[in-house]
Design a protein around this ligand. Structure first.
Ligand SMILES: Cc1cc2nc3c(=O)[nH]c(=O)nc-3n(C[C@H](O)[C@H](O)[C@H](O)COP(=O)(O)O)c2cc1C
Length: 496
């Protein structure tokens, strides 16, 4: 990709002229935040400031059909869909899911089929459409690049979502929460509209057949397909060792790394070595969990530091260390343009202003088994009494693990699903303890929570942030209770 993508890196002339801005690269990457926290509005607002805006592609197919069922206020989703090259997928999606007058708030959303290895053409097309729509809207009306973030752990939707994002001209793909070894080769193939495959991290009996998923753009039809660029690929890694492994073993080229510390929001890499926990059950990280930046520099690739890097001082320190800049999540997550539901955002900001913040690194909550940061918020699923009142249900299924049975069939299980179902599929009951349904909670965070059977109100949120949640007070102007993405960029670049 061209070097002119960030012609005005750092809106601050001082930073640019000091040569600190890593030529051709953004100084600030607004981290991908799922589900739909870093939505198209946030990514676009950041891109308009000359930095890299990143949309989240996690669960974006369900977000799309829920936005349509809420009437697609403003018509944005439908405006983007009109440009998608496979019109039958668009027509079918609208016919099945669009409700012009929206949906009564106490009625459930119609949901998509749960992702499976076989899947079906319509669902793959819809995943591509969802990736396309989010990137299209983020790119609309400006020439700045837009990236997409996906979780490596959620494998099944990723090929189709990436293809859709590429059809919309996504410039960067950023992926963490796992080792995205096969993605660079997949990007190479998709950029040629070629069929591609992904080995699925399945539990398979000894000598059992491995599980492989396929995606073939040709099945979507269309004859006048656009020429596609191959986006830059930035794996999100926690240690330099992982960066070296990826450079050696990845199936294609990597263009840079995000080096994420365990203080970052969302999922964190599990600590290396022994499992030690503090008195609150949080994993304890040590020196071995820190990336050696000298080794990172020795790799000769651009890298960005993430995790409590949301301040001008941290940016300057990162640049001093030879980084191209920083990737920042938490302070963007609570700005006006982010996808968090307004009430959730305000509750968090009010508590931060009152000096009342608590972020727990929950070792158990995520069915992925990775630690997940949770903001303690009254009335949300962070409170175990509240969570225990929820009836377990698995109706989105993004985090299900694939299991090959002794008979060779495929089964899907999630440690947050009803315990009896999990155990019936060979799961260990101990794995279900403390697990939370992130799929439903994260949808609730952004205002598209499901109304479950027998309920009249939606699922409750479970909010995540980095350890440095109090950093938002540094962005807020005196007396203000909200702020914009542009204010975050100005603050980081020392222009506030
Ligand atoms: C609300 C929230 C959701 C996040 N979701 C994701 C995600 O889906 N995928 C991902 O790779 N990182 C995710 N992150 C991590 C960010 O992309 C970023 O790396 C991190 O927030 C940087 O550290 P900071 O929070 O201290 O700024 C999330 C962070 C936050 C705050």
């Amino acid at each position: 990709m061209s070097d002119a993508r960030f012609p005005n890196p750092g809106r601050t002339p001082a930073l640019a002229t000091a040569g600190l801005a890593g030529g051709g690269h953004p100084t600030i990457i607004q981290g991908g935040m799922g589900v739909a926290v870093s939505n198209w509005r946030l990514a676009k607002a950041v891109a308009l400031c000359g930095q890299l805006g990143v949309v989240s592609g996690t669960g974006i197919d369900s977000v799309l059909v829920r936005r349509l069922q809420d009437g697609d206020v403003g018509g944005h989703v439908r405006r983007a869909m009109e440009h998608f090259p496979f019109s039958d997928i668009v027509k079918d999606t609208l016919r099945r899911y669009f409700l012009p007058d929206g949906r009564p708030a106490d009625k459930p959303y119609l949901r998509l089929p749960l992702p499976t290895v076989e899947g079906n053409r319509f669902h793959r097309g819809l995943m591509a459409l969802a990736g396309y729509t989010e990137v299209f809207l983020a790119k609309e009306g400006h020439d700045g690049p837009i990236g997409i973030n996906l979780l490596t752990k959620i494998q099944l939707p990723n090929m189709a979502t990436l293809y859709g994002a590429m059809l919309a001209g996504v410039s960067h793909v950023l992926m963490g929460a796992g080792i995205p070894r096969d993605i660079p080769g997949i990007l190479d193939e998709l950029s040629q509209h070629r069929r591609t495959s992904m080995r699925i991290d399945a539990t398979v009996p000894r000598d059992g057949e491995p599980v492989v998923a396929h995606f073939d753009p040709a099945e979507l039809g269309g004859d006048a397909l656009p020429e596609l660029g191959r986006p830059d690929f930035f794996p999100i890694i926690s240690t330099h060792a992982l960066a070296s492994i990826l450079l050696k073993k990845a199936t294609g080229a990597i263009q840079g790394f995000i080096v994420e510390a365990p203080t970052a929001g969302g999922h964190n890499a599990p600590p290396r070595g022994g499992k030690t926990f503090d008195e609150r059950g949080q994993p304890v990280y040590g020196d071995r969990d820190r990336a050696d930046l000298e080794q990172m520099r020795a790799l000769g690739m651009p890298f960005w530091l993430a995790g409590s890097s949301g301040s001008p001082d941290a940016l300057a320190a990162a640049l001093d260390e030879g980084a191209a800049g920083v990737q920042v999540g938490t302070i963007f997550a609570y700005c006006d343009e982010s996808g968090f539901e307004t009430a959730v955002k305000q509750q968090v900001i009010d508590r931060v202003l009152a000096g009342d913040t608590d972020v727990l690194t929950d070792a158990k909550a995520s069915p992925t088994g990775f630690p997940f940061k949770v903001v303690t918020l009254p009335g949300s699923l962070s409170e175990s009494e509240v969570y225990e009142q929820r009836t377990r249900v698995c109706d989105l299924g993004y985090l299900r693990e694939v299991v090959r049975t002794d008979e060779g069939k495929l089964a899907y299980r999630c440690a947050s699903e009803p315990v009896a179902d999990y155990v019936a599929k060979g799961g260990d009951i101990a794995e279900t303890v403390g697990r939370k349904c992130l799929c439903n909670a994260l949808m609730a965070n952004v205002g598209v929570g499901q109304v479950q059977k027998g309920q009249t109100t939606p699922e409750l949120p479970l909010v995540t942030s980095g350890d440095d949640l109090a950093a938002i007070t540094r962005v807020l102007k005196p007396g203000a209770t909200s702020y914009t993405a542009a204010e975050v960029v100005d603050y980081l670049l020392g222009q506030a």
